[in-house]
Design a protein around this ligand. Structure first.
Ligand code: ZN
Length: 399
């Protein structure tokens, strides 16, 4: 087995699940188990790195003088939806296109997971059915480590200075909180954190959230006539005022949405929490306006009810920055072409840490890893595509 696949299999066995209920940084100390393992493997390669107080590992492999330092990033943590403890990866050699039996209960086939049909003849890494695989984003880490190893063991091949960092807590949205573009030192960078290998992501959503706090008038139901204003009824009316077709289940591609994440309350008071998403900033502002209009409308329909609306921005579409600094995308496209591949540009229906890196001063599109069905037991890695991404990233940083 080649070293890059060995590394990947070693990394997925380390439990690094982050925790959104924790206030510590990183959210789980066990995330550092992998970060420290990476540091010791880097040391064995002769590459210096340091882990700062926020659990971020930064390092640099010096390259040709005068060339732009290029950055690479992946996250060490795994998703919350599925356990990442005791991951037992299985290798399916030369996949025949039929059922893959993960264990006695779970199996997968191209009928349920159409992308599998594109991997006939590939070697696949799958789970044992009890956990996620953690290719998101340990495949990204293994790709970066393979590129570093390649250039350390081939000193005759000239390359750009490579700045790299491995971050905790991406899955709980805190990955880039403590990212420092100066400490990183790259002119531009790539998160290696996608699925489909040839997708370059340069667009994310613009993200905002709305909290709606409704106060009603609570009174004994026996004496309620003409007096009671039930906050729970107002809450339902509020949600009904928003355009129903802008719910996530009715949107795709570049259509934005308003998503009711949580709702609680009773007669006296009720709370609704939404996330608001759109690739276009103008359209995001229009959606915010719909929330304000809904608040006004229900206050008119339910005299005596009070609606408090709190709208805030979260992250922004990185396209704004990448359009102004096209070097990162140009360099990636050049690398794909020089290896005879055509990249695909697909806007992300979500965010990436790279969006925040970009706004913090380091333009950072996202690259794929050749892994699929993230965040669950059906996650798998195509070894062929994973190796191809190693070649592409090697090519990106090549002098
Ligand atoms: Zn990820």
């Amino acid at each position: 087995m080649d070293k890059s696949l060995e590394r990947f299999l070693r990394y997925v066995k380390v439990d690094t699940q982050s925790d959104d209920t924790s206030f510590s940084v990183p959210s789980q100390a066990k995330e550092l188990d992998l970060t420290r393992l990476l540091q010791s493997e880097l040391k064995d390669m002769g590459i210096e790195s340091h882990i700062n107080e926020f659990g971020i590992l930064y390092g640099k492999l010096p390259g040709e003088k005068g060339l732009d330092p290029i950055g690479l990033n992946s996250h060490v943590d795994t998703a919350l939806e599925c356990s990442g403890k005791d991951v037992k990866p299985q290798i399916i050699k030369n996949y025949d296109g039929g059922y893959i039996h993960l264990n006695d209960t779970y199996k997968m086939s191209p009928a349920e997971f159409p992308t599998l049909g594109e991997h006939i003849g590939d070697d696949l890494v799958v789970t044992s059915g009890d956990t996620l695989l953690g290719a998101d984003d340990k495949a990204g880490i293994a790709i970066i480590m393979a590129v570093l190893y390649h250039y350390v063991t081939h000193p005759e091949e000239k390359h750009h200075p490579i700045c790299f960092c491995f971050t905790p807590d991406e899955e709980i949205g805190r990955g880039p909180d403590h990212f420092n573009a100066k400490e990183f030192g790259a002119k531009y960078a790539y998160t290696v954190d996608g699925g489909i290998w040839n997708e370059i992501a340069t667009e994310t959503f613009n993200a905002a959230h709305a909290t709606v706090i409704i106060s009603g008038v609570s009174i004994h139901p026996g004496e309620a006539k003409g007096k009671m204003v039930n906050a729970a009824n107002v809450a339902m009316a509020f949600d009904a005022e928003l355009p129903p077709l802008k719910r996530p289940q009715f949107t795709e591609y570049k259509e934005g949405f308003n998503h009711l994440v949580e709702m609680s309350g009773g007669c006296d008071s009720a709370v609704l929490r939404y996330i608001i998403r759109n690739h276009s900033r103008e359209e995001l502002e229009i959606q915010k306006g719909e929330f304000r209009a809904a608040a006004k409308a229900v206050e008119e329909k339910f005299p005596g009810a009070k609606v408090e609306l709190d709208i805030g921005d979260d992250y922004r579409n990185m396209k704004e920055i990448l359009d102004k600094h096209p070097e990162a995308v140009d360099q990636a496209v050049k690398a794909f072409h020089s290896l005879g591949f055509e990249p695909v540009f697909q806007p992300i229906r979500g965010g990436t840490d790279g969006a925040t890196f970009s706004f913090k001063g380091c333009p950072t599109p996202n690259l794929g890893t050749g892994s699929y069905n993230h965040h669950g037991r059906f996650e798998y890695l195509s070894v062929k595509e994973f190796r191809r991404m190693i070649d592409i990233v090697k090519q990106i940083v090549k002098a």
